[in-house]
Design a protein around this ligand. Sequence first.
Ligand code: FAD
Length: 387
Amino acid sequence: MDFDLSQEQTLLQDMVRRFVTEQCPRGFVRELEKSGAFPQAMWKRLSELGLLGLPIPEDHGGSAGSMLDMVIVIEELARAALALAIPFINTVGLSSKVLCSLGSDKQKNELLPRVLSGDMLTSFAWTEASGGTDVLSMKTRAEKSIDGLHYRVNGSKMFITQAHVADYIYTMVRTDTKVAKKTEGLSCLMIPADLQGISIRTIEKTGQRSTGFCEVVFNDVEVPLESLLGDEGQAWKQLVPLLNGERTCFAAVCLGIAEAAFKDAVNYMEQRTAFGKTINHFQALQHYVAEMKILIDGSRLLVYKAAWLESQGKPDALIVTEAFHSAATMVSRVTDLGMQIMGAYGYTTEFDMERYWRDGRVFRLSPISSEMAKNFIAQSMGMPRSY
Ligand SMILES: Cc1cc2nc3c(=O)[nH]c(=O)nc-3n(C[C@H](O)[C@H](O)[C@H](O)COP(=O)(O)OP(=O)(O)OC[C@H]3O[C@@H](n4cnc5c(N)ncnc54)[C@H](O)[C@@H]3O)c2cc1C
């Protein structure tokens, strides 16, 4: 067993850490949260650093990095700016991976250069208003037009991250309703977000405000047939294994947020005084810090293991889900303790702790809720399906 990062991975980590420290100061990040604007100039810098091609094969101009490389980068980005970390997952981690695995040569040759140059953003649309957990109840329909040139898409998707700034929305649709199982008859369409008949409404949310999420309505949208990714009707079988890594990537975000909260809490304890001494003298608060440290380090072991397994070509959905669930509960607890340490100041918007607290909370709901993660873990151990 070797717990060390390779020399290349340490250099990668240092590079991204230096980049966010120099380019994403707190004031800038707070402004992004207020405006909700996408930091296009910073995104271009990520392209210049070669990061937007990290998981893309070398013959398409990328650097063929591993899932562990992805986790290292995402953790560092998330320490400073979710406005970079979240689109990095969606556009670079998920969409590019799906495109590289399932896309035709034409699709890859057309779209991957735009990802690499920082000129394309993508969203992933599965959830519908009727329920994200029961995702197979989705109803958005794509029917072939009579002239056979288009799919006609009708329906709507809910809570779609950054659909309002995306160039393409990778959308799960039903292309066949007469199926024996709900997992059949689903297809993935790469839908250009500016097609006629698409309307996108941003929805205000509690945390992660620098990356808006949206309702996307498709009203008789004519989508070219060549937008189909993979085989028609086979999207569930083809995409789900590819998207396991999504949970690992979001677990890395949890690590980044928790690290930032930990650092701020420790710094604060060194400055703040009560009863004539700095509050880092109080044992109760020292125990909070110790708990934060144990939780972060323990969670990182699971997340890195999940990433390492995938990097070795042995992805393990159980470990991935354990890692994500651990990271999601960890970040909630760590940011809560951070707020406790900072007292009332931690609850004000003058410090970043309340933002970490809001930003981390969402991972107990998405991309998989804590309840569904535990359902999956129990079933993986052989227990009967409870729903
Ligand atoms: C910030 C954010 C970003 C998101 N981005 C995207 C995106 O880009 N693309 C996308 O497609 N979706 C996205 N989502 C949607 C997300 O995946 C769903 O919110 C999530 O799957 C949960 O679905 P729901 O909110 O409809 O909850 P519901 O399905 O309504 O569930 C409500 C509660 O019931 C529980 N529950 C439901 N069924 C069971 C069961 N069988 N056993 C035990 N408990 C159960 C759930 O765990 C939850 O606690 C995003 C959500 C958030 C919050």
